[in-house]
Every structure is written in C-alpha cells, then in structure tokens.
Design a protein around this ligand. Structure first.
Ligand code: EPZ
Length: 429
C-alpha cells in the first residue's frame, strides 16, 4: 500500500494549481442521469472518487468518455468527460458500490425522476459520523415517491411520476439539497425548497441544470424555486475550483511560513477560511489568477472557530485548521457542529507532538513550539491531509499511511507540494 513520506521544515514558495472541485464534480456527473443527451463536463479532477463514480454510473447504463489535456493546456486543466444516459439500463445501485462512496446514494433522486423507480443501497457506516439519509427520503416522499426499506436498500417508486412540492429541511444538508433539486427539475409543477444548502457546489450543479433546460430560481441562496420541465437536454459545463483544496494548500503555505499563489482559486468561495487565516496572522489576498498566501516570519496567532454550513467555516477544513493551530502561540478552540465524530485526526496529530484536548464537540489546541515527525495514519480524507500540513512543519520524517484516503480527494498532492519546495515523496508498495 502506498505511503507519503514528508521531510518537514521547508518553506513552500511558488504556485499551486487548484483542481476542479470533487464535491461539485461528483453530483454533476450524477446529473447526467436526468437527460438522454450528452453532458460534457470540463475541469474534472483526476481522483479515485471520480473513477469510482464512473463505474457506478456505467452500471446504470451511462456511456462515459474521458479526454485528458490538449497540447498547450496548462497543468491545471482537468479531464473533459462526456456522459450520455441515452437509456437507463438499471435502476439499482448495489451495496458493493454505494458502500464505498456515500455520494453515490445521490443517484436516488435522478433515477426516480427519470424512471419512476429506484433501488439504492443504504450507504452504511462512515468514519466521520452516523450520517443518516432521512432528509433525502423525506424530500422524495414530499415529491410523491413511496419509500420502503428492504434488505438494506431504499426502494422508491413514483409510478405516475414525481410532482412538485413544498420541501422544508429542518437542518442544512448538502446531499439532501442535491437530491431534492435533481428530482424536482423533472417533477410535474412547482417545488419550493426551503433551508436549502447554499454551498458553492450546489450552485454549480443548479447552474448546470439550468444550461440543460431546468427552471430554477434562487440559485446560491437557501430558498430554491423549481418549475418542473418534462425533459432536459445536453450541456457543457466547467467544474468550479475546489475550495477545500484551496483552503488546504493555503494552510500548508501558512504553516511553513511560505509564499504561494493558488492558481485558479476563487476567494468568494472561502471567505470564512480567509478571515480565520488572517486572524491567525497569515496574509491572504485575492490577486489576478487566484489567491496569494504569505506568512513572513511572524508567529501564528490562536483562533476560535465553529464549523457551520456555507458561508461559515467549512467542516471539510476543520482538520487542516487544527493542524495549523498546533503551532500557534497560544490556545485555539475549534468546535465541530456538522459531524459528531470528526476528530479522528486528534490522536494522530498528538503522535507528532501536538497538544490537543477534546471537550465534547470542541477541541482545545494548545500551540507547541515544535512538532516531530512520526508514522501516522488517518481514517478519512481531510484528516489525512491535516497530517500532511503538520508533517510539512515537523522536524524529521513523517510517513502517512493509507494514502488511498488522500487519493480520493487530492489530485497529485505530492507533485503540487514538491513543485513549491516541499520534500514530499510517494513510497509505493
Ligand atoms: C457533503 O456531505 C460533502 N460530501 C462532505 O464532504 C461535507 O463534509 C458535507 O457535505 C458538509 O459540508 C460531498 O459533497 C460529496 P450533509 P453530505 O448532508 O451531503 C446530517 C469530504 O470530505 N444529515 O450536508 O453527506 C448529517 O449527518 C466530504 O469531501 C441528516 O441528519 O453532508 C450531518 O450532520 C465528507 N440527515 C449534516 O446533516 C440527512 O438525511 C450535514 O450533512 C442528511 C444529513
């Protein structure tokens, strides 16, 4: 199994191209189930999760063609993917595939909307929390589906098709908003979705749906109004830059006292992260072509942060911020409000010398003057990359095991960091 070896202590300087957003690319690929015409996505990141979803969608009969970079294109251009769901070959999403990636559960809405039926495995356990799907099911029921749970599968039927409805979520859910939106665009009549997630990835999906002929108002807001249409056509759409990858490399730069240009990054998508980094004493500036992040020698200042839905500080950057704060000059407090178990990185950061105490949903991070390298491993993607951030500043050698977590969400991480002067190597086998 591959590992990543980091010899810490190097300042990061140079430019890092930000890839297309994993959490936009995945639902955008699923959108292709809604139309018999071709959806062409560009700037698709080359990630293990994207490859797995390709397999899942092919199982439903989607024809997928992937083209790479054209001559002259820069390193930051992702894949171009053509997806055509002329006919849906299967409305079952099996356990073997859904259990490997939660987002594949999101095929439920489009399959129901297009075929009037879907049989999708419940996703099962997850390292960061219980992650129920009750709000997805509520939204489908409101839209007229009959739902039963049989043998670990959600069996949903809407024999006469879906019909518009008033859906109000009690809590903000990215996945349930995707599901409701993807189903409502082909439902008969109008749908009102209140307390919708307003994450940039939802807006990206909604904009793509509009290009395909959907009628949606309130895009990028918590209230979405959808007027159902009978069919959708094809479209071409470019995936937005990955805001979590942006935040992650910004913290790598801040941690090492570096100076890095994050090419193609969108500052409007990470306002809360930028605010916190500035409080921490890091210079973050939107510039032509991206975001510049610098820290010249001054100490890292401690911060108090709470994760919450967009536009607040994202849970997907919580572990990375914690790694950064391990070397602040004082005590930081980070409260995780989205997932109850998203602190699996704490014990691993401790192996590098971090001083972190958990008080329920809040981590108290007492800054230390020095981290030292060690072998570590993590149970999810963002936790793994927090160990990379700590490893970049730790004295000596840090080896990160279970690199497959990183490969799910970070494209060529070791190349991007090495190009800026970090000593990062993938050890294969
Ligand atoms: C998406 O997961 C992201 N995944 C996650 O990124 C991200 O952490 C999360 O949103 C929050 O921003 C993708 O986009 C592929 P939720 P999702 O539904 O949609 C509860 C990463 O590292 N809830 O917004 O599954 C849930 O338990 C991943 O890239 C219910 O109670 O998250 C959580 O507490 C990890 N019932 C909260 O809502 C439901 O039916 C928010 O979860 C659904 C969710």
């Amino acid at each position: 199994m591959d590992r990543i070896r980091i010899r810490g202590g190097n300042r990061l300087t140079g430019a890092i191209p930000v890839s297309g957003a994993k959490n936009a690319a995945l639902p955008l690929m699923i959108v292709s189930l809604l139309s018999p015409s071709t959806l062409t996505l560009s700037n698709v990141p080359r990630l293990a999760d994207v490859r797995l979803l390709q397999r899942i969608l092919q199982n439903h009969g989607i024809d997928i063609m992937v083209a790479g970079k054209r001559p002259g294109q820069t390193g930051m251009a992702g894949d171009v993917m053509h997806l055509t769901a002329r006919q849906i070959a299967a409305t079952t999403a099996p356990y073997e595939l859904v259990s490997r990636m939660r987002a594949s559960f999101w095929v439920l809405g489009p399959l129901l909307a297009r075929c009037g039926e879907a049989r999708v495995s419940l996703p099962g356990g997850c390292a960061i929390g219980t992650r129920p799907v009750d709000m997805h099911l509520m939204a489908m029921e409101k839209l007229g589906a009959e739902i039963e749970i049989e043998n670990g599968y959600v069996v949903a039927r809407a024999r006469k098709g879906l019909r518009g409805a008033h859906i109000r979520f009690d809590k903000v859910s990215v996945g349930a908003t995707h599901a409701a939106l993807m189903a409502a665009v082909l439902a008969a009549g109008d749908t009102l979705i209140e307390n919708a997630a307003a994450e940039p990835e939802i807006g990206d999906v909604a904009e793509c749906l509009v290009k395909m002929g959907a009628r949606i108002e309130g895009i990028h807001s918590p209230v979405l109004r959808v007027s159902g249409v009978t069919s959708l056509g094809g479209a071409s759409h470019s995936v937005i830059p990955d805001r979590i990858e942006t935040g992650t490399y910004a913290m790598c730069a801040g941690m090492t006292g570096g100076d890095v240009l994050l090419q193609n990054a969108n500052a409007a998508h990470i306002g809360a992260v930028i605010d916190v980094m500035r409080q921490a004493g890091i210079d973050v500036e939107a510039v032509t072509g991206g975001i510049r992040v610098r820290r010249d020698g001054g100490p890292l200042q401690p911060v108090r942060v709470e994760t919450a839905p967009f536009p607040a500080f994202p849970t997907d950057c919580q572990a990375q911020l914690m790694a950064l704060m391990t070397m602040a000059s004082g005590a930081s407090f980070i409260r995780e409000t989205i997932f109850e178990n998203r602190f699996m990185h704490v014990q691993e950061l401790a192996r590098l010398g971090a001083d972190i105490h958990l008080h329920g949903d809040t981590a108290e991070i007492r800054g230390v003057r020095k981290l030292t390298g060690a072998p570590v491993m993590a149970t999810d993607l963002r936790a793994s990359v927090s160990l990379v951030i700590a490893g970049l500043a730790a004295a000596g050698e840090t080896t990160i095991n279970r690199v497959y977590h990183l490969d799910r969400g970070f494209e060529t991480l070791e190349e991007k960091l090495s190009a800026c002067g970090a000593d990062v190597t993938r050890l294969t086998g």
